[in-house]
Design a protein around this ligand. Structure first.
Ligand code: ZN
Length: 185
């Protein structure tokens, strides 16, 4: 599938799929081959994410159908208050527990350029995923990192930020949220 992508020292940037493209509406396919091709895709995704000042990127956003994303929170122009974390490659993720409390926060998406939404997410989640070597990892995530995970996890279910913003659980509590002026919708 990625035969045309030859390993290079500096990975070329991949074009980012925009919100009306079909790949963003599809459920991602589980990764079975933890090989050099997968590692190369992750490198290219990481480079493309950094170039676009993202704090996460999912494979469907670079036109790959695989269940894979990268979380890489750090302060930048798009997210000045983001916490610092080393980039994590997340393969075949599962959310095994989610806190009942939802918290609001502003989110953008590389596939929905120039827009921000106030989105409710679970404050804490317990997750399982595989790393690039195929080893299962388990983690408890909270706050902004949990938010990134849930955002990228949505991408693997074919749910875009626009769709998430229109889901019933978002509308119900919108009145309870303090929304930054002019940022929502
Ligand atoms: Zn996104």
């Amino acid at each position: 599938m990625f035969k045309h992508l030859m390993p290079k020292q500096t990975p070329p940037l991949l074009p980012i799929a925009l919100v009306d493209e079909a790949i963003l509406g599809q459920t991602a396919i589980a990764v079975h081959h933890f090989d050099a091709e997968l590692a190369h895709l992750a490198e290219q995704m990481s480079a493309s994410m950094e170039a676009a000042k993202g704090v996460g990127i999912a494979a469907p956003q670079v036109h790959s159908p695989l269940a894979l994303f990268i979380m890489a929170s750090r302060p930048n122009e798009r997210y000045p208050d983001a916490p610092n974390m080393a980039p994590v490659v997340v393969v075949n993720p599962q959310i095994i527990h989610a806190s009942s409390d939802l918290v609001g926060g502003e989110e953008g998406c590389l596939s929905v350029p120039g827009q921000r939404f106030n989105i409710l997410r679970h404050q804490a989640i317990e997750v399982r995923y595989q790393n690039l070597q195929g080893e299962w990892q388990q983690a408890e995530l909270t706050g902004f990192i949990a938010r990134i995970f849930q955002h990228e996890f949505d991408h693997l279910q074919g749910i875009t930020l626009l769709e998430r913003s229109r889901m019933p659980e978002q509308a119900q509590s919108i009145s309870a949220q303090s929304i930054e002026q002019g940022e929502a919708q």
